[in-house]
Design a protein around this ligand. Structure first.
Ligand code: FAD
Length: 390
């Protein structure tokens, strides 16, 4: 067998094609050049000043709507999209969130449920990063239970008139288009809302202690009047937003392992160079136990992501399997980051190292796209046939 590779102890790269490796390298290089040198400052100031430029560059490397086909999208495989998410989140969960929301939520909704005119109007510009999209499902009073949402779209002649509030919406204040989910007389429907529509505003949410290198906003819809063709024609009901979320969650299964990898690598380097009691702390058995356990969970998680990616590429991935992956990988990633934090001692709390930034980012990742508890309930229901949601 080939020699043991500490960066890939299970030999998972053997599962990848040369094109997969090339795409991964492109995204890794982009993140190393355009995110890593600046992200601690963005995080500290809680601002992402170059977000429009970053979006265009991400469009340039094909990372936006990456696994969608046509309309200027890259048509990559699910595994390739996953690899990109991992590399982006190894830089920062905020950058991966930008890409997830753009590609897997806003673009995916239009691609899957939109009319031909909607697709032509929005997708090429979104794939190029010229237009940023957001996805408004969560409301101030309705998070895990979006079926109870209050935002309402009422017919007025052939027009629609939208009223309501959305909360915690990634990319909201910088978006040119918002996919907004609202109650209608027929059930929940999706609307493609140009953000310059009168009555629409998106104030940014400040004072976050997580995902600080990401724009998070409220969406305010006060009598937003839209033409008849603003509604996504191909879906009625919660299955619309839920299928978008399933796609985005799939990317998170990979992405979380990127944050974990960054923390793990930082911890290994630190443990080899930091000396206490006259020797590197990596030489102590307790530190090695931590590193071994971190490596086991990191690479098990990556292997799980691969497995789900192959199932998605084969058209065999079930939402319960995505819940399985999201539950495990985000939970384990946060654990890896916290353990890395202990290995770095006091330095672990400093922004000079990426560990605390990743750990606090993952607190959001643990909650959005379905909390830990929601995914436990999804699996619990699938395992028992009993619905414990309400
Ligand atoms: P709640 O639903 O109020 O849950 C609070 C707690 O109660 C959780 O632990 C939950 O698991 C638990 N709980 C709830 N119901 C049950 C139950 N039946 N059984 C057991 N436990 C239960 N949303 C969007 O639509 N678009 C976005 O772009 C977006 N971006 C986000 C970005 C960030 C940084 C964050 C933090 C959130 C974002 N969200 C977004 C919102 C996110 O999806 C919600 O926060 C999430 O769905 C949880 O909703 P909630 O915060 O209202 O918590």
């Amino acid at each position: 067998p080939p020699p043991f590779d500490p960066a890939d102890p299970l030999g998972i790269d053997d599962l990848l094609e040369p094109e997969d490796l090339a795409i991964r390298q492109t995204v890794r290089d982009w993140a190393a050049d355009r995110v890593l040198p600046y992200v601690a400052e963005w995080y500290e100031t809680g601002e992402l000043p170059g977000i429009r430029e970053l979006a265009r560059e991400l469009g340039g490397i094909g990372a936006l709507g990456m696994s969608l086909t046509g309309y200027g999208c890259a048509g990559a495989s699910a595994v390739q999209y996953g690899l990109a998410c991992l590399e982006l989140e190894a830089a920062d969960s905020g950058i991966r969130s930008l890409v997830s929301v753009q590609g897997s939520l806003a673009m995916y909704a239009i691609h899957r449920f939109g009319s031909e005119e909607q697709k032509r109007a929005w997708l090429p510009r979104m794939a190029a990063g010229e237009v940023i999209g957001c996805f408004g499902l969560t409301e101030p009073d309705h998070g895990s239970d979006p079926a109870a949402m209050r935002t309402y779209a009422k017919k007025d002649g052939t027009d629609w008139v939208l009223n309501g509030r959305k909360m915690w919406i990634t990319n909201g204040s910088v978006a040119g288009v918002a996919v907004v989910w609202a109650q209608t007389d027929e059930g929940i429907r999706g609307f493609v809302v140009p953000t310059d529509s009168p009555g629409f505003s998106a104030p940014e949410i400040k004072h976050k202690w997580s995902l600080r290198a990401s724009v998070t906003s409220e969406l305010v819809l006060d009598d937003v009047r839209l033409p008849a063709d603003a509604v996504l024609p191909e879906v009625v009901g919660l299955k619309g937003p839920l299928s978008c979320l399933s796609h985005a969650r799939y990317g998170i299964v990979w992405g979380a392992m990127g944050a974990a990898r960054s923390c793990f690598e930082t911890a290994v380097d630190y443990a080899k160079s930091r000396e206490q009691f006259g020797r590197p702390i990596g030489g102590f058995q307790l530190t090695q136990a931590k590193l071994a356990d971190m490596a086991v969970e990191l690479h098990k998680g990556i292997l799980l992501a691969h497995h789900l990616g192959r199932r998605m590429d084969a058209g065999r991935l079930r939402p319960e399997q995505v819940s399985f992956g999201k539950l495990n990988n985000v939970r384990e990633a946060i654990d890896i980051c916290r353990t890395a934090r202990t290995i770095l001692g006091a330095n672990g709390i400093s922004l000079e190292y990426p560990v605390m930034r990743h750990a606090t980012n993952l607190e959001s990742v643990l909650t959005y796209e379905g909390t830990v508890e929601m995914h436990q309930l999804v699996l619990g229901k699938a395992l028992t046939g009993l619905d414990a949601f309400r």
